[in-house]
Design a protein. Structure first.
Length: 308
């Protein structure tokens, strides 16, 4: 049996989210396929890569070492697949605006890969709020924005949404809600709620709660995702946030679990924005094509309206 990229992708997805079921959802495949891939890897390397727990999995010492190798192989494979054609070098400059969440949890990896593919393109990045991104695109202070597309207000902008990041309930390890067959927003009314405020997250949260007869019992409001993570992990409350900002551990090393909600909770949509009618420069086209190729089938023109 030989190691495959498929096995490495499944393994890294499980390592990142800490639950086979959640990794399967992200990968859009069956849970059994992920389980089989992990078992095959463990047989191949002759070591246990995960410790199984009632509510998820945790990397073993061997698993942590193996994850570093998996990331290196996957990165090399991705770069090989996207090697530019001879004579296709793009030159120029590009000014990109990005919101806090996008810059903190999505964009840096892609900026590094884009720089490798197009070393002659000078990309300058500005972190600004959504309103400032929209205004800057209209006045052409910025060429393109990478932002939560469903938050965009101005109709003068063209948008392409690359993907929607699923929102789930975050709870501390061993929380009683982990034992329920299904969880709804009604079940959270009695729970202290930790409200993230950055990138209009609070407005989004209240919007989907308003479609129910319930309201969250907000204990704390903060613009810091890490503060939310730490507070939840320490058992001081629960929250609902997207998989893009989820990490299974707090800074103190305490576990955070996630639960799928039965209620309809919108995804957090990430994509590109630019001023309608703007003539695309070679650098802009290369930047847009990078994401189109990576995510394969972006939804065009003012797609998806969900928030963090």
């Amino acid at each position: 049996m030989s190691l495959t990229l498929r096995q490495l992708r499944y393994f890294s997805a499980v390592a990142e989210v800490g639950r086979i079921s959640h990794a399967a959802l992200q990968l859009n495949i069956s849970q059994s396929a992920v389980t089989t891939a992990i078992r095959e890897l463990e047989e191949l390397v002759g070591q246990q890569l995960f410790e199984r727990h009632p509510h998820g999995v945790e990397l073993t010492k061997a698993g942590r070492r193996f994850l570093g190798h998996a990331y290196a192989v996957l990165a090399a494979a991705d770069e090989a697949e996207r090697m530019p054609h001879d004579g296709a070098q793009v030159e120029g400059s590009l000014t990109v605006a990005a919101s806090y969440t996008v810059l903190g949890y999505f964009l840096p990896h892609h900026l590094q890969r884009f720089a490798q593919l197009h070393p002659q393109v000078n990309v300058k990045v500005h972190e600004v709020a959504r309103e400032a991104i929209e205004e800057g695109l209209i006045t052409q202070r910025y060429d393109m924005g990478v932002l939560l597309t469903s938050n965009v207000v101005l109709s003068e902008l063209s948008l392409e949404t690359f993907f929607g990041s699923q929102r789930r309930l975050w709870v501390p390890a061993k929380h009683p809600l982990l034992d329920k067959a299904e969880v709804t927003l009604a079940d959270l009314v009695a729970e202290p709620y930790i409200m993230l405020t950055v990138d209009e997250a609070a407005a989004t949260t209240l919007k989907y709660w308003s479609k129910t007869p319930h309201q969250p019992a907000v204990r704390m409001r903060t613009s810091s995702v890490e503060a939310v993570r730490s507070t939840v992990a320490n058992g001081l409350g629960v929250t609902i946030l997207s998989d893009m900002v989820y990490r299974p551990w707090s800074l103190e090393g305490k576990r955070i679990e996630t639960i799928n909600l039965r209620d309809a909770v919108p995804t957090m949509n990430i994509g590109l924005g630019w001023k309608q009618g703007t003539e695309s420069t070679p650098a802009m086209t290369a930047f847009r094509d990078y994401f189109r190729q990576l995510f394969q089938d972006p939804t065009s023109v003012r797609a998806g309206r969900g928030r963090l």
